[in-house]
Structure formats: C-alpha cells, structure tokens
Design a protein around this ligand. Structure first.
Ligand code: PAF
Length: 287
C-alpha cells in the first residue's frame, strides 16, 4: 500500500493506472476507520483492479458549533485497517493542499441539502459535496462507494454526479451493523455502556416499522407511530431530532408508502447524536 499526501502524486498514480486499463474503486472517508468502512473497502476491492481510500477530515463540512479540532484522528490505525483491506493507495492530503489560501468556490446542493441532516447542520452538505467533487477530480475513479447509513449524503452525491455530468458510477452499499443491530459509526465510541444498551432501540424501532409494513401498514402515520413506540420504549432517547418517512431520492416526506420509501431517524442518546435509516418497500399487491 502506498500512502499519498500530495494531490498531484495521487492524480498521477491514478492516471497511469487508467492508461494501463485498470479500473479504480474509491472510498472517501474522514478516518477513525471501523468495520463499517472495512465492509465498503471489501466491496470496492472485489469490484475494482485498484482501490483508493481517502482519509481527510474535511473542515468545510463542520459547523461553527461542531468541533473540527476534536474529531477523532488515528492515522496509524487507519493505515493498518487499509493495509489489511488490500487498499492500493491511501490518500491523506493536508487541509492546506485541498483548500489552498484564497480557496473560495463551493458546491451548493439543491433543496435536498436543507432538510433533515441539512437543517440540523447548516452548510454541512455544501462542504461534503465540495470535498467529494475535489476528491473525484483528483482520483477520477470508475466507481465511488458510499454507505447507505448516510443516505442523504449518498442521495446528494448521486444528484451532483447526475447534474454535473461527472463520469463516475455511485455505488451505495448496505449499512454494516454490529451484532446487536447498531449501525457502525465512529460516534458509537462516545456511548457509555448504559447508553450503548439504549442505542440498540434505534435499529429495533426501524425494524418494528418494517414489520408493520409487512403486516399491511402503508400510511406514514401508522408506520411512524410504530417506529416511535419502539424507539421511546427501548432507546428512551433524550431527544428525537427527526423520525420521518421520505422518498429515498428526494428526501421529500411521504404520506403513504406505495413504492419505495426510506424511514430516517436522528436521535440523541445522552450527548451522542445517532442517525440510521431503513429502506421500506410497499408490498406489490395487497389483499
Ligand atoms: O461520510 C464521510 O465520511 C464524509 O462526509 C465524506 C464523504 C468522506 C466527505 O468528507
């Protein structure tokens, strides 16, 4: 595995691989790697001749009240996980290289960038799309791999790729979960044992809603009521930031599930904010 810090070197390595006809898979990350990332690497490794992973804590996607300086960083462990995962190029640029003095241009997401996660974190998705665009320009992969856990981010990247005619395929991979169902996240480490036990209530609530759909529920009200009942009972969240049934491509709320829907949730357990989601499909025919 080669660790690359300069954008020009990364660009050059990828260019040479492309010229030799090698396909490139790319997974962007902010480091603090865990098994959820490893699952993305495994998927990308299996589908591409070359695998590039970026570790870059992107200052542009942190709000003024979010602590960029305290975001967990563990370069040695990240490099170890990448090595085990068969990564060819670990790209770790500095902030000054990605955003040199005078940097001023940013991608503005459409309305989907202002709801749910975008409403809770103003400017966040502009920062995400800007860095993803810059990373795509540097690596020029055939496929970028993103996790379904950050469903709104993935939907916004897909829209940017379509709207700006970017020559890359976006592969959104299923959420990797711990044994008890909790989605892998670097934030899980902040949970106390008691909070960790409550946090399981979040995926259980999503599953309860999926069961309700299988049992015939199709109104958003019924589906959300089932999710909220289980969430309140099992997770005892300190706050529910949102719990909603949306169209997975636009994040517009649905009143009825008659095709594909996405149940999304953001809750606070103690001081930790967790997000998760569950794709829901209306059964094709109902009696
Ligand atoms: O999901 C993340 O880790 C980040 O938002 C991403 C896509 C690497 C952009 O900084």
């Amino acid at each position: 595995m080669r660790i690359v810090t300069h954008p020009e070197t990364m660009r050059d390595l990828a260019r040479r691989a492309r010229r030799s006809g090698e396909s490139i898979g790319f997974v962007p990350t902010m480091g603090a790697l865990h098994d959820g990332h490893a699952a993305l690497f495994a998927r990308a490794r299996g589908e591409s001749r070359r695998l590039a992973v970026s570790v870059f804590v992107n200052p542009l996607q942190f709000g003024p009240r979010e602590d960029y300086a305290r975001y967990p960083r563990n370069d040695l462990n990240d490099a170890r996980i990448c090595r085990w995962s068969g990564v060819d190029w670990l790209y770790m640029p500095t902030a000054a290289e990605v955003y040199p003095p005078g940097f001023a241009t940013q991608v503005t997401p459409g309305p989907m960038g202002d709801v749910f996660e975008g409403e809770a974190r103003p400017g966040h998705f502009s920062g995400v799309l800007t860095v993803v665009l810059k990373l795509l320009e540097t690596v020029r992969p055939d496929t970028i791999y993103l996790g379904q856990k950050d469903a709104q981010q993935a939907a916004l990247v897909m829209l940017m790729v379509r709207d700006l005619d970017l020559p890359v395929h976006v592969s959104v991979c299923p959420t990797a979960r711990e044994r008890d169902g909790l989605a892998y996240s670097s934030r899980n480490a902040y949970l106390s044992p008691e909070e960790r036990a409550r946090a399981r209530g979040l995926p259980r609530a999503l599953k309860a809603a999926r069961q309700a759909v299988r049992d015939g529920a199709d109104s958003a009200r019924a589906i959300l009521a089932e999710a909220k009942r289980t969430l309140t009972r099992e997770a005892k969240p300190d706050q529910i930031d949102y719990l909603a049934l949306v169209d997975p491509r636009t994040f517009q709320p649905l009143t009825r599930l008659d095709g594909r829907g996405l149940l999304i949730a953001a809750v606070r357990i103690g001081r930790t904010r967790l997000i998760d989601n569950m794709p829901l499909n209306a059964p094709r025919s109902r009696p």
